[in-house]
Design a protein around this ligand. Structure first.
Ligand code: XMP
Length: 371
């Protein structure tokens, strides 16, 4: 059993020995890991820590303000506005890995500049065990995994990285967060990826898609909060798709495949595959059987259409999963009437939304995110 008290007793002297009197930078993304890492360091090092949140433009609606508010009695967080820089650098890029790498480079060069301005030589980040296990395993380039990939951060960006949570799993991080007195809104907060909405605008990044995604995700989060799901969010993809006769025959329902691809896991490695759509079927056992047939082909995510109309450039996916460790996950069996209610609200957000689907794939063969 993980014991937060003995964990802190163990890491505290190591951190004090390494950092000494030096100042240290903490970058908070809005997720539980980076926030917990920063608060842990603040408890140990006090004013030596400079906690910041970079507004990359890919944060959720009002996120910077909300996080600052939630932490107001705990940590003196400074928000650094960089959204224009990030969005203009990433606009037009379609490839998922290219997006992640570019985001990572920009993220760390921004941190590097802040560190230099403040004479700081250390950076604390909330990397946890699953992050580097998956990155080393080739599942994805997690934006915050550097040292484990052999990147020399001192040479590249001028700071040493400290990762106090590197051996912990999610539930242990949450236990630590509770022990540190973080509010429930943070300790129980669903994970939010460092590159944020960037990886939920699947395929080509445009400002229009990003802004629609931000609004839609807000609706999905509000509608699904307090339902006990481990993670729930939306994605946006271009709506072009075509009927796949072979898969339709196998699955016994019309199966469409989109032009945009998404990540999945096959065996132990990451794979790119098609995103498919199936019609609405009000029976999750039957849906599961159909999905099994479809994912035998080159398909990583299957969406069940909840609402649709004739025209529109974009399709919205709703994702809600249940998981212990985020290495495997089950899609949540949300009542169809509830999904339709959410779908109707989403359709009203923008006239370019052609349809809303619910992702009915588990991990594996899908990943939780799409990129
Ligand atoms: P996947 O999509 O690989 O996601 O099944 C597993 C968990 O990791 C989160 N995730 C990330 N978190 N930086 C992060 O901090 C990232 O680049 C990143 N990519 C995925 C994802 O939200 C899920 O909880």
């Amino acid at each position: 059993m993980f014991n937060p008290e003995s964990f802190i007793e163990e890491v505290k002297p190591q951190i004090l020995k390494e950092v000494r009197e030096e100042k240290i930078l903490a970058a908070i993304s809005g997720g539980v890991d980076s926030t917990t890492a920063a608060v842990l360091m603040y408890k140990i090092l006090g004013k030596q820590l400079l906690p910041i949140m970079i507004d990359t433009g890919f944060l959720r609606k009002d996120e910077a303000r909300k996080v600052k508010d939630m932490l107001k009695d705990i940590l003196p967080l400074q928000v650094v506005g960089k959204s224009e820089e990030f969005i203009s650098a990433l606009e037009g890029i379609s490839d998922a890995e290219e997006k992640r790498k570019k985001f990572r480079d920009l993220f760390y060069s921004t941190l590097s500049a802040i560190a230099k301005e403040n004479g700081i030589k250390y950076l604390v980040q909330g990397t946890i065990a699953a992050d580097w296990v998956e990155t080393q395993g080739g599942i994805k380039t997690q934006h915050n995994v550097l040292v484990q990939l052999g990147i020399n951060t001192e040479e590249t960006w001028g700071f040493k990285v400290i990762e106090p949570l590197a051996d912990l799993y999610k539930d242990e991080v949450r236990a630590l967060a509770r022990y540190l007195g973080l509010p429930k809104e943070i300790s129980e907060r669903q994970p939010f990826p460092g590159p944020g909405l960037l990886i939920r605008v699947v395929g080509k990044l445009t400002r229009e898609k990003l802004e629609i995604e931000r609004e839609v995700n807000d609706v999905v989060e509000n509608e699904l909060k307090d339902m006990g799901y481990s993670q729930y969010f939306s994605v946006i993809i271009d709506s072009q798709k075509s009927l796949d006769n072979i898969i339709s025959m196998e699955a016994n329902v019309p199966v469409y495949v989109y032009n945009t691809r998404a990540t999945g896991v096959k065996g132990d490695v990451r794979s790119y595959g098609k995103i498919a759509s199936i019609p609405l079927i009000d029976d999750y056992e039957k849906v599961r059987e159909i999905v099994q047939k479809i994912t035998k082909y080159d398909v990583t995510h299957v969406g069940m259409i909840i609402n649709d109309k004739k025209d529109g450039k974009y399709s919205i996916g709703i994702r809600a999963v249940l998981t212990q460790d985020f290495m495997t996950a089950d899609f949540a069996k949300i009542e169809i009437s509830k999904l339709q209610e959410i779908g109707e609200k989403i359709m009203e957000i923008n006239k370019e939304i052609k349809e809303v689907f619910y992702d009915v794939t588990s991990k594996p063969p899908a990943t939780i995110e799409y990129e």
